[in-house]
Design a protein around this ligand. Sequence first.
Ligand SMILES: *Cc1c(COP(=O)(O)O)cnc(C)c1O
Length: 300
Amino acid sequence: MYAALPHIFRLPLHSPLQKIKVPAFEEKAVELYIKRDDLLHPFVSGNKWRKLKYNLLEAAESGKNRLLTFGGAYSNHLLATAAAAAACGMSSTGLVRGDEQVNNHQLFLCRSFGMELHFIPREIYRNQKEALAEEYGGPGTCILPEGGSNAMAVKGCAEVLEETDATYHHILLAAGTGGTTAGIALGASIHMPAARVHAIAALKGADFLRSDIEKLAPGLHNWELHTRFHRGGYAHYDPSLLQLIQDFASGTGILLDQVYTAKMFAASLQLLQEAYFKPGEKVLLLHTGGLCGYLSLAGQ
Ligand SMILES: *Cc1c(COP(=O)(O)O)cnc(C)c1O
């Protein structure tokens, strides 16, 4: 076995926070900043790094040597888990939704990090996660939920705002399962009590996320969930969203992905037009990473 020591979650990594110039924001005299969690790691990307940190530290502490988790064939969480396991000297197993033997670039990367993949019929995947964990788990295995959202993920995400002394009026981020939102809202309640957290749902019909977020971070009133920016559904996008990614990339040097972060940025422009943000206020975008998903559009 090779090993990188200390592993990535023991390195003191902080992501940069940059001011960016976007004409629509400048016209309204609203300051725009971006927290670059996409730069934490190319594959344990963005919020997945935050969500895995304490899960992996705890797994190592309790002598686990294998991670088992669940995800769709394009899941950033699967890839992050595969890369994180390898970086911590553990093996990994991914249970993939759908029994077609897919070999897309995301799963290619998972395999490159040594992840063992099993394709699970949708019906079973949906209803029998516990039985699957039993079947594919075993001694020394740490089981992570789909999307990685649990109490330790919330703890990791809550640290994002500890890395800045400045204060912001609004914080925007993309939401899938809501685990990151719960952590950011918790962190904001402690470190930035005047800030309002805006979670932009990447999926359609996401009202159920409110109670999921409330369960992970109970009793907070500093966040709201916006459910109208999904563009047709999870992983749906249109030419105008791709144009927005190109404009943002060529204007700032920062790439966004079409599944999560571009929808969050598009939402910020719309909320700006609707005067959610007042002149002189500071808005912070959280770049949650996920750029492998964007790269997969190349050559399509
Ligand atoms: C997974 C992911 C999210 C969603 O995070 P949740 O904690 O599930 O809400 C947001 N952005 C990116 C880039 C992701 O990969």
